[in-house]
Design a binder for this molecule. Structure first.
Ligand code: GDD
Ligand code: MN
Length: 360
């Protein structure tokens, strides 16, 4: 038993992995000899795995082995990893599978990469250098992995720029840089959750995804559905907040025009005032509710406001002639043309704010 604070906590999510526990602990002890390390099993097993973990923990002298057994497995694999991160005694944590598909011998390379001091996360990637995904059973899983990786990277071009393998379950994270409260765990893809929610500095090492040692994979269609829901929540969570504020603005716009024309103002002036008031109000609401976590400096507010204000005015100026063009050249109805230009404007406005005004 060690008492000093460990340099690293190895977090291993397990679901019915009994036969793999002893070889994993054994290989980790050897690989980490000379370092102060602890292993935390984040276990949701329904079989005798917890008893096996306790047996191995008691029999192992060279490395501290602990277990969190969750009676209620909220958030599945990702939820278990987060429980492990909370229980970790070290600030630096390595997350890896319990079935030896993530070779324990690669852990020192993760630690060495982090020790260079310029990154918060080190990803063990199957897709750089001499890394490989040979352990993925079958062509179909390899294809699925490749396509979902490409799709995910396309959806988070900035956050995942430096990451070739956001779907890997093997990585190091410096918990000092991590906001655990911001995470909404579900399904298998905990690294994606971490990288998509926060701007972290990412490093990578190549690794070879090995064959599973014993037992079968828990990946399933259900996990696939979780993954799609996770992508949607990560990407469109903001977009739907943005849309709700936009809709609120449109209603306010109408109300202002109505009020001003009722007191005798010319409708053009009323429209201009209503547009400017809602542009400003929308900006303030977005700052407060949609892009909150990207707004850590109040000082940048005027510059963000200037960009947002300029874009929205330009967009409003361009939209009307665009509509005219659609009606004249494509001969579509003005209602349809209004609808199309509003949708295009919404997407453009969202993209501009997400990528330029609130560039992470
Ligand atoms: N605590 C807990 N709860 N652990 C779980 C659960 C769960 O609900 N489901 C799976 N695990 C554990 C398994 O026991 C194993 O240690 C690890 O999580 C990975 O599960 P596998 O069933 O072996 O998944 P895989 O090999 O198909 O997926 C691996 O490769 C993916 C990349 O292709 C994992 O590393 C994924 O994290 C990775 O994304
Ligand atoms: Mn596996």
């Amino acid at each position: 038993m060690q008492t000093a604070t460990p340099e690293v906590t190895i977090i291993v999510p397990t679901f019915n992995e009994g036969p793999n526990v002893a070889p994993l602990v054994d290989r980790l002890s050897t690989a980490l000899a000379g370092r102060r390390a602890e292993i935390v099993f984040a276990d949701d097993s329904t079989d005798e795995t917890p008893a096996e973990i306790e047996r191995v923990a008691a029999a192992t002298g060279s490395i501290d082995v602990r277990m969190i057994h969750r009676a209620e497995p909220l958030g599945g694999l990702s939820g278990a990893v987060i429980a492990g991160l909370r229980a970790a005694r070290a600030r630096v944590c390595v997350v890896m599978d319990g079935d030896l598909q993530h070779p324990p011998e690669d852990v020192p390379r993760l630690l060495d990469r982090h020790a260079r001091g310029d990154v918060d996360v080190v990803v063990a990637s199957r897709y750089i250098g001499d890394g490989s995904s040979d352990g993925l059973d079958g062509l179909s899983r390899t294809l699925v992995s490749r396509t979902t990786t490409a799709l995910t990277k396309a959806m988070f071009p900035l956050r995942l720029r430096a990451c070739t393998d956001p779907m890997t379950g093997f990585f190091l994270v410096d918990t000092g840089a991590l906001d655990l409260e911001a995470l909404r765990p579900r399904g298998f893809k905990i690294l994606l959750e971490i990288l998509a929610r926060q701007q972290l500095r990412i490093g990578e090492i190549p690794f070879r995804f090995a064959e599973r040692e014993a037992g079968g994979s828990k990946a399933s269609l259900r996990q696939g559905a979780h993954f799609l829901a996770q992508l949607a929540a990560l990407r469109f969570g903001k977009m739907s907040g943005f849309a709700a504020i936009g809709a609120l603005g449109a209603v306010a716009n109408l109300a202002i025009v109505w009020a001003l024309t009722t007191v005798g103002m010319h409708y053009i002036w009323a429209a201009v005032i209503a547009a400017e008031v809602t542009i400003v109000a929308n900006f303030l609401l977005q700052e407060r509710f949609v892009f909150r976590e990207l707004v850590d400096d109040a000082s940048g507010r005027w510059s963000r406001f200037a960009k947002s204000f300029a874009f929205n005015n330009a967009e409003a100026l361009v939209r009307i002639p665009m509509m005219g063009l659609l009606v004249e050249t494509w001969h579509i109805s003005s209602v349809l043309a209004t609808g199309i230009t509003l949708v295009v404007a919404f997407v453009a406005r969202y993209a501009f704010h997400a990528l330029v005004v609130y560039a992470p």
